[in-house]
Ligand binder design. Structure first.
Ligand SMILES: Nc1ncnc2c1ncn2[C@@H]1O[C@H](COP(=O)(O)OP(=O)(O)OP(=O)(O)O)[C@@H](O)[C@H]1O
Ligand SMILES: [Mg+2]
Length: 253
């Protein structure tokens, strides 16, 4: 047991060298991530989900998203930061969710439940035929999913790359939202910031805060999602507003 443990420890210094070539990623690995997070990343690497963490796609207050490579395939690796995440905010979204009723209120458990929730929501959305990144694996605070992009270049957020045919995407979004309701999930942070334009394919991301429709605030979150989207679509000439979009979603059911 001790020998195995020593071997793992010995490998710690060179595992960053082995799986990371990019200087910026190395710096994040050395300066930002705690040991438990590094252990988690490298255990996913050992399981062959990826063989290199290549570069940062996005850094945020609560997490970082990296492009990873496994052979010729790319994946997106989302890592929630344990120290800086807003736990009180997260607890609000976990609290009313039946699937996570046993989560103890400590930082680590909350982050772990959050990651699992994002993974499960990706599964739910995929089953409901709502286009999201395909979930691949998760462990503790790390999530591996399909990389959304072309020729290795990450797709842009719809906020900065609106679709050519916004009317068509509006109809599709109403359809997706009706499917969410039918599946009893609310995204709860839908806006042009969490939609990717993948060469005119609309992909919804960032589903960690998604709640079940029995969550006490599900109605409020659903209304907020519709308001955000109706405002954005109408900016691009789609004739809609909150009331119209609500009715259009209902009509899809
Ligand atoms: N599967 C993916 N493929 C390609 N890019 C992705 C993927 N997932 C996330 N991204 C990129 O990473 C960014 C952050 O991801 P996400 O929104 O899931 O995380 P977040 O921590 O909630 O960030 P934010 O606070 O900015 O919303 C996205 O805006 C997108 O540009
Ligand atoms: Mg986001």
């Amino acid at each position: 047991m001790l020998t195995i443990f020593m071997e793992e420890e010995d490998k710690e210094d060179n595992r960053i060298e082995r799986f990371v070539k990019n200087k910026q990623v190395k710096k994040i690995f050395n300066d930002v991530f705690d040991k438990a997070t590094l252990d988690t990343i490298f255990s996913l690497a050992r399981k062959k989900y990826f063989d290199e963490v290549e570069f940062v796609i996005a850094t945020g207050k609560e997490g970082n998203v990296f492009r990873c490579k496994s052979g010729d395939n790319y994946y997106a690796l989302k890592i929630y930061k344990i120290e800086t995440s807003d736990f009180k905010h997260m607890m609000d979204y976990i609290a009313g969710d039946d699937r996570f009723k046993d989560v103890q209120k400590n930082k680590f458990n909350i982050i772990e439940a959050w990651t699992k929730k994002e993974f499960r929501n990706l599964e739910e959305f995929t089953k409901a035929k709502i286009r999201v990144p395909l979930p691949i694996a998760f462990k503790r605070n790390c999530l591996v999913m399909e990389f959304i992009g072309e020729d290795g270049e990450a797709a842009k957020r719809a906020k900065y790359a609106p679709f050519r045919n916004m009317q068509e995407k509006y109809e599709l979004m109403c359809d997706y939202m009706a499917r969410m309701v039918a599946r009893k999930v609310v995204h709860a942070d839908l806006s042009e910031y969490n939609i990717l334009n993948n060469n005119e394919e609309m992909v919804i991301i960032d589903v960690g805060q998604g709640v079940s429709t029995i969550h006490p605030k599900a109605g409020e979150f659903f209304e907020r999602d519709i308001r955000n989207l109706a405002k954005w679509f109408s900016k691009y000439g789609v004739e809609t507003n909150y009331e119209k979009m609500y009715a259009d979603i209902k009509a899809k059911k």
